[in-house]
Design a protein around this ligand. Structure first.
Ligand SMILES: N[C@@H](CCC(=O)N[C@@H](CS)C(=O)NCC(=O)O)C(=O)O
Length: 258
């Protein structure tokens, strides 16, 4: 088996695909150095360092520079095949690749939009996402000066109110789809696969939002997320308009104290 000599993972605190990459590296037993970057600044840093893309996560491993959570899962399996992130059976592999792609393209983007919309309303919770991060900027200062970063992220990610309302309306369907994959054995198996890590990290970020957590936790998908990503710093108290959350009410577990 080829030896992995050196890995450096570039992340942003609170980035869900970065968390997926972190957990995949840990699952593979690949030692790595983590570099925490601030959003937007990350773009310039990755460009200067010669990565093929300007997004997080980006990974330098064995002299290769890779950008993107799906590129990372594929490359990790090439470099260190055991434990595998993709099934050996070709038909099963296609199912996992499809679920991973869907997780990357649909709920990953949707949860990112919902999060930035929440942060636009109250930026104080940003500080909780910096727990354990070393960005080189004092956390209080980072939050106090975050307005231009928030404005840029709203633009970069097309965070319109209409888009976020559509994401919230779609969320129950996303959760059903994930639970169906768990019931069908595409997700939630042993060992966990690349789609498990991709989707678990997305749900874990969603669960940092008090507005969303009741709709997720207690379901098979919420359990999977907590098992594969036991720690995800960050907590956003309720902040989204009540009528936007109407689609989630039907799927939220009743409060145990009610
Ligand atoms: N879909 C990509 C994620 C790309 C992405 O948008 N990453 C965000 C962090 S979650 C980023 O780089 N944001 C910083 C920026 O755009 O300035 C993947 O799974 O790798």
């Amino acid at each position: 088996m080829p030896r992995v000599s050196r890995a450096t993972l570039y992340v942003i605190p609170g980035s869900h695909p970065a968390m997926a990459a972190r957990r995949m590296l840990e699952h593979k037993g690949v030692e790595y150095r983590r570099i925490d970057l601030m959003p937007v600044v990350s773009r310039g840093v990755l460009k200067v360092l010669g990565f093929p893309g300007i997004t997080i996560p980006s990974l330098r491993i064995d002299g290769r520079r890779i950008t993107g959570s799906r590129e990372i899962s594929k490359t990790l399996d090439e470099i260190k095949p055991d434990p595998p992130l993709f099934p050996a059976d070709p038909a099963e592999r296609v199912q996992v690749e499809d679920a991973e792609r869907w997780g990357d393209e649909i709920p990953q983007d949707g949860v990112r939009r919902i999060l930035w919309n929440a942060i636009k309303r109250d930026r104080k919770p940003l500080r909780s996402f910096l727990d354990g991060a070393r960005t080189g900027v004092p956390h209080g200062l980072a939050v106090a000066t975050a307005a231009p970063i928030i404005a840029a992220e709203l633009k970069i990610n097309d965070v319109t109110d209409d888009a976020v309302r559509a994401d919230l309306a779609a969320l129950p369907g996303w959760l059903d789809r994930i639970d169906d994959w768990i019931a069908g054995g595409v997700l939630g198996g042993d060992p966990p696969n690349a789609a498990d890590f991709q989707i678990a990290a997305v749900l874990r970020l969603a669960m940092t939002m008090d507005d969303l957590r009741p709709a997720i936790e207690g379901r098979p998908c919420g359990e999977l997320a907590k098992r594969l990503v036991p720690e995800f710093p960050g907590r956003i108290p309720p902040v989204l308009p009540a009528e936007w959350l109407e689609p989630l009410r039907a799927v939220s577990a009743p409060s145990s104290t009610a």
